[in-house]
Design a protein around this ligand. Sequence first.
Ligand code: F6R
Length: 247
Amino acid sequence: MKVYQGEDYEEVSRIVADLIEEEMKKKPDCVLGLATGSTPIGTYEELIRRYDAGELDFSQVQTVNLDEYCGLDPENDQSYRYFMNQHLFCHINIAMENTHIPDGLETDEEKACGDYERCLDLVGAPDIQILGLGLNGHIGFNEPANQFSQETNCVDLTESTITANARFFASMDEVPKKAYTMGIGSIMKAKKIILIVTGEKKSDILNAAFHGEVTPHVPASILQQHPDVILVGDKEALAGHFRKDVA
Ligand code: F6R
């Protein structure tokens, strides 16, 4: 594992954008695995800035996203499809048909997961997979469990996630109770994984993920077994635990 430390969120975002740019220059038709959540927003802003400056060309790039809520229309502003369009895809020259996200409107769970797994096979393993880290160690929507999930699966969101999400919806009934997510096995197929972690509140779980035992109770701990992981964090998240590893 390599560790890069940024002074602050902006520098962390620039470091991640540098790594993506390097891959895109090497392989213009690369596959990028993307995440939603607050962590990668700065990276997406930096990629858009570089695209606007004529430094990046996404015309041959394909993307696969980690997850999507079940039951949300792509036009719903809480769907991850909407998030990706707003934060990245609508601002760069990527072909929308080259952007892949699980189909949240497919009510047949088996079909939705099977279709996405076939899509991942067709597109091929991501050259780079971006990951954020949940406070409980989750990656994608793979929550702590007794075993590591393998393929794309449908997860029941925990009560705490549902309650936390309620503020974004008009009523409790509208809050999604399930989500489709790439499995841990699918995530581990990526050729390179970049885990982006910022903020003091993630320091302990980050330390547990890389310096504790590999266990499905801390899903991100599986990354210890991936041959090419880059951790990019700010001082607060790395908080001394990774000082000797910083490149
Ligand atoms: C997002 C995702 C999640 C987030 C994680 C961190 O597609 O799959 O695992 O990466 O919950 O979220 P933030 O970045 O909001 O702290």
